[in-house]
Each structure stands twice: as C-alpha cells, then as structure tokens.
Design a binder for this molecule. Structure first.
Ligand code: G6P
Length: 466
C-alpha cells in the first residue's frame, strides 16, 4: 500500500468536466464550476478534458491540445445526436431537475440515457489515451456520473474521484430517475465521491444503504456493488484576495462610471444568476414587488439589478422561464416605474469577473435566493468583494449550499416573499457596526474554506492521504 501511495503522489492530475473555462481572458464563464476549476488548476497545472462547446457535422471527435497557462486543455466536439441526447437530454432535462428536487420538470427517455452513456465512454476514451499508470483523475459534476464505470471497463485501475457541484437529493427524489440504480452502481466505480454539504453526502449514503444493499465501513467509506467507495464533504470556495483586488477597478473604468452615473445615490440590490428555474428568479421578482408595496418610502431610491445570462436555451423548461421573467419584469416596472426611476433592471447577458466584482462592491445588498443550489459561488464572491469598512449585506436562501457556512448572512426561505421583503428592508436599514460584524464573520469562514483548501483536501483524500 505504501508503494501505491508514493506512486499516486508522483502522478499527474487529469481533470474532466463537461464545461471548460473560455480560453480568452475577460470572457464571461457559465456557472461556478468552470471558474472554480480554472482557479484551482492554474497554480498546480494538469490536463483538463472537456467539451469544446461546439457541435460538429463530422461527428464527435477529440481536438488537438491547447495550452492555457500551466494547464493543457483537451477539448471534444460533439455530434448533434450526442449533444441532444447527453447534454440537452439526459443531463439537463432529466438529471438536473431531479438533483434540484424538481422531479415534476424532468423528462426522461431511454435513448437520452443511451446517449449519456455513449458520451461518458467518449470522455473515457480521451482520458484513457492520456493516462499514465500513476495519474489521478478528477471528474466534475452530474454530466460524468458514468465516467469511472466506462474507465473500469477498459481495465483502468487508477485513482478516480468525482466532485458533485449540484445537490444530491433525498433518496425518494433520486429514485424518480428510472435508471437510478444503474447510476448509483456506476458512481460507486469511483474511489472518492465529493459533495458540497454534509446533507448531500448523507442523502447519497442513505440511498446506498437503504436501496443498494450497501453498508458502512470506518472513515466515511461504503461497501457497495462489491467495491469500497469513500465519500467526503468539500464545500467549494473562492479566492478572497484576488476578488477584493478585482473589486477595486481603476478609477477611469468607463463601464463602472456609467453604472455610477445612472444609479446615483440610489441603494443598489444586485443578483447574478444563470437563467435557470433552480435560481428562484420569479419568486425573487415577486418578493421585490412585495417589498415595493410594503415600503412606499423606498420607491424611487432603490434599484434592483438582475443580471441573468440565458442558459441551456434549447431546453423547453428554460425557454418557459425566460418568457415568464420577461412578462414579470415588464409588469413590475409598468406598475411602479416613474419618469425618472426604473425599479427593476433586468439584463439577459453575462459579464466578465473584472466587471462583476466592482458591481458587487458597489451594491448595498446581494440577493441570492435559489430554490436549491449546490453551493452558489455568487454568494461567496459577493461577500469577498465587499469593502470591509462599509460592507453590503448578503440576503441568502437557506437552500443554497453556501448557507451551511455563511450563517452570518440574512438567511431566508425563498418560498416566502414576505420574509424576503422584510430581509431587504432590514438589510437597507442595518447599522454599520452590524454590517461589519456579519461581514467579518463570513470572511473568516471564506478564508478558512478557500478554493485551495477545497482542491487540496479533495486531492489529498483521492490520493489516499487521510
Ligand atoms: C452549473 C453546473 C455546471 C455547469 C454550469 C453552467 O454550475 O453545476 O456543471 O457547467 O451550471 O451550465 P452549462 O450547461 O452552460 O454548462
């Protein structure tokens, strides 16, 4: 065992995720995964394998490698059918809703699942081509639940780990996926499965113990499907110092000057989310409307800036939510706007981090109210971007993974518009001393559970250091 441990120490790191970070600097990144993995890999280097974002008429294929700083990037194009069945189909129309406790929105089909398995095999081929005996493989998220099984079928015995960025739902919810048993069996081919929170880890453990005949071993390990698999909790973090630096843009930044000019002395509430039904956007709009109804004196002196870049727009449920939000934003503005005041600014585009962090710093409130979220890095970035002398207030859903750590935020139930409206008013009138205390408490957590700690703990456990 000592020999294999030493070998594992010397191997390279191969990261696999469906989405990789954009090659060019200053481009918006879709979701927390790509940004987090990029930061975590930048210092230590390694090979990163993922989808190019392109559909190719020539069928699925592995493209030549590119270099991005210390990272070697290997991307794959997908054939149309692979994209449809794996990405649009099984991953985002079946798995995503169920993992976020929205089984009623899930659309399952056997052919989509076949496509999902096919693309997992495609990724396994790319990994196998690059793999040396001592390398460790770190897979990310719900797109790749079947990667380890595909690699094991090729006889590969390297250490394989996966980190799930999304929630893992209660067993009864997970079981609404018709192929749940197959997925669980495939997952157990990994050596280590990482979760964002203890309740996600427990839900998985509970499923394996009750539904898959598994049993507990010491050290958070499980015996299931004839294998030993370890589980662990690794809440993904952010790089606080880098964010604080980005939050202070050069004094002559034209975009920020535009924002300052147009907001003036107004209080600013900011939300940034992919346009996704799990983010609670509609519920949030209604809560803001409730706030305006209840706090007449705030009208005209507060602006709610909702940045919501479109996401997965060829999935029906995503098209529906987009239409619904357009209607609601128009209705709320129509009801409350004045000649010189727009209560809600709704933007369907993404911004690069260099723009977002100064906006967070300018905002008085970060309003982060997903119905369910694995972690939600916007919540953490908002806190890290604040000026500690005069920090803004975070209003956070109790159903975001981040709520387990950011207990000094104003925690709300996203299903309760009155509670959110009251939290907004409380945040706007919160004394400076309380804002500082809450901010300092949250910063202490963020510094302790940094992105580096997340990476090192996961890889340490994967390589076998306890
Ligand atoms: C979430 C998921 C990621 C995904 C991201 C963006 O953060 O956990 O796996 O990459 O959303 O979604 P997209 O479908 O555009 O990759």
């Amino acid at each position: 065992a000592a020999g294999s441990l030493a070998q594992a120490e010397t191997g390279r790191l191969i990261v696999v995720s469906n989405r990789v970070a954009p090659i060019e600097e200053g481009q918006p990144t879709a979701g927390g995964l790509a940004a987090g993995v990029l930061d975590a890999l930048q210092t230590m280097g390694g090979l990163w394998i993922g989808w190019s974002g392109e559909i190719s008429a020539e069928g699925s294929r592995i493209l030549p490698e590119k270099q991005k700083g210390k990272i070697r990037l290997q991307t794959l194009d997908f054939a149309e059918a692979d994209y449809q069945q794996y990405y649009r189909g099984f991953a985002n129309s079946a798995l995503w809703p169920v993992l976020h406790y929205r089984s009623a929105l899930a659309r399952f089909s056997r052919s989509d699942y076949a496509g999902y398995r096919r693309v997992n095999e495609l990724f396994a081929n790319a990994v196998a081509d690059a793999l040396a005996p001592q390398d460790v493989v770190w897979a990310h998220d719900y797109h790749l639940l079947g990667l380890a099984a595909a690699l094991r079928e090729k006889g590969i015995t390297n250490r394989l780990g996966i980190f799930l960025h999304t929630p893992f739902p209660a067993a009864a919810v997970f079981m609404t996926i018709p192929v749940h048993a197959d997925l669980a069996r495939a997952l157990c081919q990994y050596d280590l499965i990482g979760f964002q929170t203890e309740s996600d880890r427990r839900a998985f453990e509970d499923y394996v113990l009750r539904e898959a005949d598994g049993h507990l071993l010491p050290g958070r390990a499980l015996m299931a499907f004839g294998r030993v698999v370890r589980t662990g909790v690794y809440p993904i973090g952010v790089q606080t110092e880098e964010i604080r630096e980005q939050a202070e843009p050069p004094a002559d930044c034209p975009q920020m000057a535009r924002l300052h000019r147009s907001i003036g002395e107004s209080k600013l509430i900011i939300s940034v989310d992919r346009l996704d039904y799990s983010k609670g956007l509609n519920e949030r709009f209604l809560a803001y409307e409730r706030f305006l109804e209840q706090n007449e004196s705030r009208r005209g002196s507060v602006t709610f800036l909702q940045i919501a870049p479109p996401s997965r727009s060829d999935v029906e449920t995503y098209r529906e939510i987009r239409l619904e939000l357009e209607r609601e934003a128009g209705r709320i503005n129509g009801r409350f706007a004045e000649l010189d005041w727009t209560p809600l600014r709704y933007l369907n585009k993404g911004f690069a981090r260099q723009m977002l962090m100064p906006m967070y710093a300018r905002a008085d409130i970060g309003l982060v109210t997903p119905m369910r979220d694995g972690m939600n890095l916007v919540a953490k970035e908002f806190v890290a971007a604040q000026n500690p002398i005069d920090p803004g207030v975070l209003v956070l859903s109790q159903f975001a993974g981040a709520a387990c750590e950011l207990k000094a935020a104003l925690l709300v139930n996203p299903h309760d518009p009155d509670e959110i409206a009251a939290a907004l008013e409380r945040a706007l009138s919160m004394p400076l001393s309380e804002r500082r205390e809450r901010h300092a408490e949250m910063m202490a957590v963020l510094r302790r559970n940094s992105l580096t700690v997340w990476r090192d703990r996961f890889l340490g456990d994967l390589k076998g250091r306890a």
